[in-house]
Design a protein around this ligand. Sequence first.
Ligand SMILES: Nc1ncnc2c1ncn2[C@@H]1O[C@H](COP(=O)(O)OP(=O)(O)O)[C@@H](O)[C@H]1O
Ligand SMILES: [Mg+2]
Length: 234
Amino acid sequence: MTALLQVTGLEAAYGRARVLFGVDAEVEAGSLLCVMGRNGVGKTTLLNAIMGVLPPTGGRVIFDGEDVTRLPTHERVRRGMGYVPQGHETFPQLTVAENLQVTLDATKHRDRSAIDAALDVFPRLEEFLGRRAGFLSGGQQQQLAIARALVTRPRLLILDEPTEGIQPSIVAEIEAAIERLHQEDGLAVLLVEQYLELALRLADAFVIIEGGVVRRAGGAEDLHDDEVKRLLAV
Ligand SMILES: Nc1ncnc2c1ncn2[C@@H]1O[C@H](COP(=O)(O)OP(=O)(O)O)[C@@H](O)[C@H]1O
Ligand SMILES: [Mg+2]
């Protein structure tokens, strides 16, 4: 069986500064892959290259058997790649309801029930439907950012450090939501996460990036290895 997402030899750079030197990774349908590594190793760059936000300088991105390497980002979203960038991006001047609506308007399916389904994952957002996103707490904005990605009805949800800098009560809700989407709905997830603890609870498989390549890859059971701790130690 071929993986839902296959990344091979992916290279990326900012101008002349090369960051990724040939990254290989796969996300199987219905599984959760955790991308780990210290600050600044290129995790966000990898996600941006996978989504075409930063066009890769080499390598290939195959989604559901189709080479999407040269497609614009919105075409990847249409094919089922949902992306929640680092730092909970929302439209701050729009209300929560409007944030979800403009996202729905940009989809091909236009099915309103996708908004209800997203709110069902984050019921707390329902209390704030009329509030401008910019006035929500960081944790609520992150929930909204994930909800927006869910409205696109992704088959693969790509999350960049979704619990970074967020108040602990909401961290637990976000973790529970990811777990539910993965376990109950069978959604495939590519999660960038620096913390081993969270990876240990959620991941089916992992890759650790260092020096612009994958240094270590394995199944959840291998996360207990000493080398993993060494690669993540700060
Ligand atoms: N927009 C940018 N322009 C130039 N260099 C960047 C840019 N974004 C990130 N970098 C550099 O690329 C490297 C990888 O960054 P990043 O992918 O954000 O790492 P991570 O997400 O693992 O913390 C770092 O050295 C960072 O300074
Ligand atoms: Mg990052």
